[in-house]
Design a binder for this molecule. Structure first.
Ligand SMILES: C[S@@+](CC[C@H](N)C(=O)[O-])C[C@H]1O[C@@H](n2cnc3c(N)ncnc32)[C@H](O)[C@@H]1O
Length: 242
């Protein structure tokens, strides 16, 4: 584990192990906290990200799918599309699997346990690859992104939604106060994990955003990259093609 790496529990375990433990722990509270802490805006961010995908995609891979909210948004906007969601946390997937059954989407959504840094899918397979709030948690960012690129068809799209840091006064200062001090307290009380929502703040501070993340996407081989920031820069949609 590199010294610079931001991890949930700051212990000797790998970042991947710590991230898996953390999401396994908070899985039962994850959806509720997403809605509460973002005042429901996270659902609009996912909608906007999926609106970037071509209309004729037939197979999409949703990386770090968690409880499958992005997968549901894909089949909502593209009812004929088959979505495979993959995640390292079995507890997050279990919440997702229950939702898939309850919403009668077993024909459209499959959820697999797996690691984005070592994907179990064929090269050049998927029409599009998506990831919402997942890539920041990778142990090795470029390895994870390179694997996503590998399984994408030539000409296929990658759409990544990730937190970024607002730049402008006074929103930047107001948001930072909320993100650094208020959100971790609500997260701690509700998720019963004292570190999870502090890790969220810390990991966003260290994560490359805007042109810096765009540069990494170009480096792994994506063409026609672009980014579009949402809610005054709280998060950003990054896109590119293989
Ligand atoms: C913040 S959640 C996002 C879940 C979902 N995409 C959403 O929009 O709500 C991040 C997810 O990334 C998963 N994750 C982290 N590292 C991963 C990896 N290397 N491969 C697959 N999933 C990973 C975690 O287990 C967790 O479920």
């Amino acid at each position: 584990m590199s010294e610079q790496q931001v991890t949930p529990y700051n212990n000797q375990e790998s970042k991947k192990g710590q991230v898996t433990t953390m999401f396994d722990k908070i899985a039962p509270y994850y959806d509720f906290l997403n809605r509460l802490l973002s005042a429901g805006i996270d659902t609009i961010w996912r909608k906007k990200a999926i609106a970037k995908i071509d209309s004729d995609v037939s197979e999409v891979l949703d990386i770090a799918t968690g409880t499958a909210d992005l997968a549901f948004e894909i089949v909502k906007q593209h009812p004929k599309t088959k979505v495979t969601g993959v995640d390292v946390s079995n507890e997050m997937l279990e919440v997702g699997r229950k939702k898939v059954i309850k919403r009668n989407k077993s024909e459209s959504i499959t959820l697999d346990l797996g690691d984005s840094e070592n994907l179990q899918y064929d090269t050049n397979h998927f029409d599009a690859i998506t990831a919402a709030f997942g890539v920041r948690n990778f142990e090795n960012l470029e390895k994870g992104l390179a694997e996503m690129y590998r399984v994408l068809k030539p000409g296929g799209q990658m759409v990544i939604l990730e937190f970024s840091r607002p730049k402008f006064f006074p929103f930047k200062q107001l948001y930072n106060t909320y993100f650094k001090y208020v959100l971790p307290v609500i997260g701690k009380i509700t998720s019963k994990d004292p570190r999870a929502y502090q890790y969220l703040y810390e990991s966003v501070q260290k994560f490359p955003d805007y042109e810096n993340f765009d540069m990494i996407l170009k480096k792994i081989g994506l063409k026609n990259t672009s980014w579009d920031s949402l809610s005054l820069g709280i998060c950003t949609i990054y896109t590119g093609r293989k």
